[in-house]
Structure formats: structure tokens, C-alpha cells
Design a protein around this ligand. Sequence first.
Ligand SMILES: C[S@@+](CC[C@H](N)C(=O)[O-])C[C@H]1O[C@@H](n2cnc3c(N)ncnc32)[C@H](O)[C@@H]1O
Length: 489
Amino acid sequence: MSSPVPDPAIAGPLREALARSNYNTGGVMVALGGDAESSPGDAPVQARRLGSDDQAVLVRLFLLGLDVDADRARTALAPARLEDLERGRLIEVDGGGRVRCPIRISPFEGLLLAHDPEVVEDPAPDIVTGLNSAARTLASLTPRRPAGRALDVGTGSGVQALLAAKHSGHVVATDVNPRALAFTELGAALSGFDHVECREGSFFDPVEGERFDLVVSNPPYVISPDAQLVYRDGGLERDEVSRIAVSGAAAHLAEGGLAMVLANWVHQAWEPWDQPLRDWLEGSGCEALLLHHLSEDGLEYAAKWNTRHRRDPETHAQVLDRWTGYYRDAGIGTLATGGVALRRRGGGDPRITTAEMATGPAGKGGEHVLRMLDAAALLAEGSADSLLATPLALVPGHRLHRERRHTGEGYGPETVRMVLDDSAGLSSEFGPAVAAILVGLDGTRTPGDLVPLLAQALPGSDDEIRDAVLGAVRTLLEQGLVEPAATAD
Ligand SMILES: C[S@@+](CC[C@H](N)C(=O)[O-])C[C@H]1O[C@@H](n2cnc3c(N)ncnc32)[C@H](O)[C@@H]1O
């Protein structure tokens, strides 16, 4: 069983000590020469990069999980008193004058997150994980707009709730694991927030009948026969966890509200990957952008989620047999990974668009998500003529890579790849004609302005060029690569 979570009452003076020593993402990066995080096995190398000042003492204690001299800790932790921190379960003192911290405090995007240390083998069932790739994916994909009320379902360390707290008036964080809620309270206090409210309960039970302007969830979506790890195994059949998270998010959105939910779901090899998600959203009254990262067969999926057993081939084989047997018996052919962005707009039938994520998101991926939602609305509501007359602009922060692949026959045709700094992870590649349209959209021109220009360079009638421009512009808008130009007031 896991150790008790430190008492959030210790947070005030501890926060002061951490701030005084610049214990934040930038400060820790400088101290460690580029890293602001530590995985098991990194500590011996990282510790050797540290100096001997108070900041180094705090990094050893709270990020690397190393023990330090009690007298040095006493100085570095002031005004927090070592005795109070020991009583509050943040510090353990051994008989030999050394102290250690049983939890981790991770700086992230201006926040301080409290969570359990990463455990590679045999984690406790109620472990509260820190920053992992799913947490970062959701953090990036979530649109960051001022919100009145925000909700984080399955809050864990509280990372999504605390990120939402930066741009929301009030945040409700729910979890079935009381340890997760205690960590979230501690992280909120260390980050200086008093508007994050923790509620214990399953999925949306603690917020029945309430509506939110932002809903985020990284639920325990892994589809398996196991129910050991509360952060990973929802303990429900098939993809029921993801169905509850997606449909629940839609049901709890206020008018104009946004949701971002990570999900795993089952689809049959012969059906489109998005069909189950469309079924879940039927009648939801929300616009949706369905993001698909990958679809795997049961064995690939089971192998991916059980790498921790690889060192013990017998157990590994048993687990793989159990998981693949479950998929076979349940008629589960293909398991998909992705996310669902929602916006409640006026009720009625949902408008649903899809996109493929070739990679994880980068930077503020939520900006890209919002542009794609906006583009879907623009394309659904406007006519071809209105689109031709809309000034469009390239999005700031992108690179164009022009490539020609060499084959035995010489160089092939040029392709152009567009890479966004703030990206939802799409891969956008097109030919030179579309690239010419793209770079022509400089914020002053409309797609209609480009038709006569292109007619001089390309074969085809005016109507054919117009249709080609419209087709290209629709794709560029759908993929969030261009946007309506800002109009001067
Ligand atoms: C994958 S972790 C996500 C943690 C955190 N939100 C993040 O992004 O890193 C899933 C979380 O859901 C919680 N959880 C599991 N079953 C739940 C349920 N039925 N209702 C609400 N939360 C649940 C777990 O305790 C865990 O904290």
C-alpha cells in the first residue's frame, strides 16, 4: 500500500522556501543543465550536475528523491520547520541525521505538482502518477481560453485541474482515489491557488446536474481484463470508461463550453475508426473534432501496456495471454487511441470532423484544435462564394519544408510539409500547387483573388481553377493551417 499523502497545511511556508530558491521549471532546468524532470535511474547523473546551494538541496529532496543532510535541509526549507514537515508527512528523518521526501514535487508550466515517485516495477494499486506522456498530451491539446467553471474528471496529481486554474474562475477536480485528491490539494496550495475544489466520486457523479465552460479528462481508459491500477484500469468492460468520459463531458458542457478528453475505444477492422465515437456523441448537441492517433490489434496493444513485465518472461507471457484472450472472448478486434474535442453550440445534431494525429501534440496544441473546430463551423455554415470572398491568413509560428525524394529515376515531384510550432500533431503535406495557394494567403488576399493569378500559371478553365482553389482552401482550413484574417476594427 502507498504511504499517506502529506498534509496540505504544510504548504504555506514550504511554498515560500521553494520560491526563494527558484524551484520552478526554469530554475530547475538551469540547475540540472536542461532537464526539469527526473525518471528512475536519472538521479545519480543529475545529482552530479547540482551545486551545493539551497536550490540544489531542494532538487535532491523533491525531484530526485535523494536523502540530504538534515541541517542543510533545515536551512534550505526555512521558513518551513523540519519538525512541522515531518509531522505533516512531507519529510522523513532517519537516525543518522539524513532526511528524505517520500513524494515528488514537480515544477511544470508555472505550477508545482505533488505526486508519487515513478515506480517501474510493481506500482501500488493507488499510485498517483506525475507527468507522463498522456498527461502532457492532454495538457497541450486543451484549448486555453478564459473559463468561468472548469471540471477535471480523474484528476490524479491535479495537473489538468491546476493548468485549468490558470485561466478559470473555479475548478472542480474529481477522482475515486482519495490519495489523488490529497495530492491535488497539496499541488493547488503549493501553486498558490484557492479556487480548486476536490470532490471524491466516480466520473461525473460528484457533479450531477452541473455545467462547465471547460471539461478535461484523461480517464483510466486502458481496455483490459485487469482492474489492479486505479490510474490505468477503469475496471469497466470494453471501452466503457472512454464512452462515459466522452458522453459525460458533452452532457456537462455549458453553452459555448469546450471539452478535451483522451480516449481508447474499440472498433472492428472493417468499420471506420470514428464510428464508435460518432455513436457516443449522437444527440449530444456538441460540435466535435475526433482525433485519431493509432489503431492496434490486441497483441500490439497488450504488449504496449505491459512493458514493465518484460524482465520476467513467464509473467509477461501470462499477462499477454490473459489480455489477448479477453479481447478474443469479447470480440474486440482493433483498439484505437486518440482524443475528442467538443464545443457545445446551440444543441441539435452534432457536427463532427476528424483528423489524424501522426505524432503527439506540440506547444499550445489547443490553439490548433480550436482553429479546426472554428474551420468546421465556417465551412458548414458558409457558401462557396462566401469562402472565396473571405480573406485568409497563414497561422503564425510555422515552417515549410520543401522536399524532393530521389529515386533510381532521379528526383520525384516536390512535396511541401507544413510544421506548426503549436500543433495538435497532424502531418500536413501537399504538392506545389496547394503550397502556392497557401503562401498566397497573406491575410490581405481572399481565395477568390488567387484564382486569376493561378489561371495564368496553371492549365484548366477558370471554373476548374476556382474549384481546385476551393478544394485546397477547404483542406487547409479543415487542417487548421490557415484561418480567417483578423479584421481591423
Ligand atoms: C490516467 S490518470 C490521469 C491523471 C491526471 N488527470 C493526468 O492527466 O495525469 C486517471 C485518473 O482517473 C482516476 N479514476 C479511476 N477511476 C475513476 C472513476 N471511476 N472516476 C473518477 N476518476 C477515476 C484515477 O484515480 C486517476 O487519478
